[in-house]
Design a protein around this ligand. Sequence first.
Ligand SMILES: [Zn+2]
Length: 166
Amino acid sequence: MARLKDAVARAYLTRLVGEDGLTIVEKAPKGEATDEKVAEVTGVSLNTVRRALYILYENGLASYRRERDKDSGWLTYLWKIDLSNIYEVLDAEMRKLLKILQKRLETEKNSMFYACVDGCGRFLFELAAGTNFVCPICGATLEYQDNTELVKALEKRVKEIQKCTI
Ligand SMILES: [Zn+2]
């Protein structure tokens, strides 16, 4: 398989199956092959190959076929890496991320936050008011936290992702 040029696809695959997994994707035989053959061709250990193939399979980027050897009766698994779905997979990932970010953005826009001056965390107004603006963890003061910049950053990220989805 040719070296993957697409940076987004490469980054996604690296996150999914690691650097060794990416090597497998790029160097594995084009057609069907056993895991042993893939390990031999790519120079990656058999365990890593098996793990990567299974993860690719779970994400719709590889398939396998079982074949019984006529003489020995052993089952052989023939694997095939197929990245033709990768843009749909990536798109689905992006949509998932977009939903999470949009939900976070809504929360940030519609809530007031108070943060512990000693850095324990940030709390919603309702909770902060309930403890008289005292940190429930350490007892320090809770101060109003302006989240305008965070909202702006989230909005920017949401727009960027919306541009990328199909
Ligand atoms: Zn605190």
